[in-house]
Structure formats: structure tokens, C-alpha cells
Design a protein around this ligand. Structure first.
Ligand code: F6R
Length: 242
């Protein structure tokens, strides 16, 4: 596991964008998954600016949706697909045909999860996973406890995840209780992973993820068991003694 600790938002965004652009330059038709949420916002903004300046080419990327709330359609302003579409896919002109979705409003959620894993396998697995770290150690919505071979599946959200997403929904009571997530097996199969972590509130869980025991209780700790992982953290998030 490699790590890079940077000072401030600008450096964080640049370092994250450098990593992603380099990965895509190395493999223009990379199969990739991109987290939503606060952590990657600046990185995606930087990617969009670089794209507008003609500095990289995402036109052949194949994107898989990382996670989504169950029962929430893509047009709902709170859907994670819509978030990704507005912050990433549309500004980078990535066409819907390049995206494999995890439709939260599907009639048969188990079936779409199976189809997702089959599509990922057919595509050769992830070349690149850009992930955030949940306050409870989740990656995607693989809530604790999650085993490393967990498939893409419907999951029940924990109170910690509900609380951390309450702001988007106007209160904890409005956050959906269930979600679909790319599985642990899919994410841990990625050939390159960028884990984006910012803020002092993530410091303790980041310490457990990178330096604590590998355990289903901290799903991100399984990143210690695979190669190709880079943790990009700001100074506040990086623990003094990981
Ligand atoms: C989002 C996702 C989550 C977040 C994590 C951190 O698609 O899968 O795992 O990456 O909860 O969220 P932020 O960055 O908002 O702190």
C-alpha cells in the first residue's frame, strides 16, 4: 500500500487527478469505478478542467456505477447516479452507453446485481477503482461486517452511513435504509485503487483501515491485502502512527 499525504484542497485535487489521468493514459479504455460524495469533488473538478483544456481523453473509459440507494431512480436529485452524472459523466462527455449502472429502482435488485458482476467479469474486472472511505470503514456501500468475497448486492445501511448522508436528504429519517453496492470481490479485484480521504473526522478510521487488523468490521482494511493501492490523504486525515 502506498500513501501520499498532501497539504490543502488544491494539492489534493491535483494529486488525485494526476493519478487518474496517468491511469487512463496508460489504458485509455480502462474499466473504472468512481465514488460519489465529498472526498472526490475537487478531484473531479480538476479532471473536468483538464479535459476542457484538452489535457486528457476519457472518451474510451468504461465506467461502472459504484453504488446507489434502493428504490431511488436515476432522475431523483438525490440518486448517486445523478450525482455522478452531473459531477463527472456529463462534463467529461462520457456517454450513457459507456456506463454500467446499478439501478436502484430495478424491479429485481438481486438480478441487476448479478448482471453487474457478470458484465464486470466480461469486461475483465476493474483497471481502476477510485474510492472514498466511509466513517465506519465502508468502501462503496460494503458496510461492516463485509467479507472480501462479498458479491455486488443489496445491503442494509448502518446508522453511521445513514447519519453521514443525512445532509443530502434533509434528515436521517429521510435516508433510504437499503442500497446496492459493487461487491468487495469486485473492488478488491481492481488492478489499481485510489482511496481518497480528507478531514480529521476520518483520521481514526483511516488508521484502522491502513494499519489496523484486517477484519470484516473495517471493510477498507482488506485493501491491505491487495496490490496497487494508493491512499491519498490530506494532512488532517493522515494518522500520526498508522
Ligand atoms: C460513495 C461511496 C461511499 C463514500 C464514503 C465517503 O459512492 O461509495 O463509500 O465514498 O462514504 O463519503 P464522503 O467522501 O462523502 O466522506
Amino acid at each position: 500500500m502506498q500513501h501520499r499525504v498532501v497539504e490543502g484542497d488544491t494539492e489534493f485535487s491535483r494529486a488525485g487527478a494526476d493519478f487518474i489521468v496517468e491511469a487512463v493514459q496508460h489504458k485509455p479504455d480502462a474499466v473504472a469505478v468512481f465514488a460519489t460524495g465529498n472526498s472526490p469533488v475537487g478531484v473531479y473538478r480538476e479532471l473536468v478542467e483538464r479535459y476542457r483544456r484538452g489535457e486528457w481523453d476519457p472518451s474510451r473509459l468504461r465506467v461502472f456505477q459504484l453504488d446507489g440507494y434502493l428504490g431511488v431512480g436515476p432522475d431523483d436529485s438525490r440518486s448517486l447516479y445523478r450525482w455522478l452524472d452531473e459531477a463527472f459523466l456529463q462534463p467529461l462527455e462520457i456517454a450513457p452507453a459507456q456506463v454500467v449502472r446499478l439501478p436502484g429502482d430495478a424491479a429485481d435488485p438481486e438480478a441487476v446485481c448479478r448482471a453487474y458482476d457478470q458484465a464486470l467479469q466480461a469486461a475483465g474486472g476493474f483497471d481502476l477503482a477510485v474510492l472514498g472511505l466511509g466513517p465506519n470503514g465502508h468502501i462503496g456501500f460494503n458496510e461492516p461486517p463485509s467479507l472480501p468475497d462479498a458479491p455486488t448486492r443489496p445491503v442494509e445501511l448502518t446508522e453511521a452511513s445513514i447519519a453521514s448522508n443525512a445532509g443530502y436528504w434533509g434528515g436521517s429519517d429521510k435516508v433510504p435504509r437499503m442500497a446496492l453496492t459493487a461487491g468487495m470481490a469486485a473492488l478488491l479485484g481492481a488492478r489499481a485503487t485510489l482511496l481518497l480521504v480528507t478531514g480529521g473526522h476520518k483520521r481514526e478510521i483511516l488508521r484502522r483501515a491502513v494499519g489496523g487488523p484486517v477484519t470484516p468490521d473495517v471493510p477498507a482494511s482488506f485493501l491491505q491485502t491487495i496490490g496497487g493501492v494508493t491512499v491519498l490523504a490530506d494532512r488532517d486525515a493522515w494518522p500520526d502512527e498508522p
